[in-house]
Design a protein. Structure first.
Length: 153
């Protein structure tokens, strides 16, 4: 056994790799493991819908609809430029008739939050509390939940 009760030996096979907090090897920034602590048994990726204008109404457009309209395939690792066919669609560009506003960043559409709560509330011992999080510079602007009941934030 090496120093520190074997802890140094435990990571010896990763010699030369960058270390993260507490001296453990960093997880690749390209994986969910870089964002979600290992103690979570599961996680979900939520695709915020795009918006199509229909008169005065906003119609939410799912990513799989956008992918199908562009001849691409929806999958768990998809990125917006990949299913729209252009990096320009991250900015002001749109696809008229399909969507007019790209998926919002920094907030979750109310009906999507309600659907998420409905799915997750049976998987917890505290269904009256929910936490939403993301890795983004806008986290300082997070609104608080207005109600202790499972509702949207």
């Amino acid at each position: 056994m090496g120093r520190n009760g074997g802890r140094a030996d435990r990571w010896a096979h990763r010699a030369g790799r960058p270390l993260g907090r507490r001296g453990r090897p960093r997880r690749s920034p390209d994986t969910v493991a870089a964002l979600v602590p290992a103690r979570f048994a599961a996680y979900a990726r939520v695709f915020h819908p795009a918006v199509r204008y229909d008169g005065d109404d906003d119609v939410h457009v799912r990513w799989d609809e956008v992918a199908a309209a562009n001849g691409t395939t929806a999958h768990r690792l998809m990125q917006w430029p990949g299913i729209t066919g252009s990096w320009e669609h991250l900015g002001e560009a749109d696809q008229p008739g399909l969507w007019n506003d790209a998926p919002a960043e920094g907030h979750l559409v109310a009906h999507v939050a309600r659907e998420l709560v409905t799915v997750l509330q049976d998987q917890t011992t505290t269904p009256g509390e929910c936490w939403f999080g993301w890795d983004d510079h806008g986290a300082a602007d997070l609104p608080g939940c207005a109600s202790p009941a499972p509702t949207c934030c």
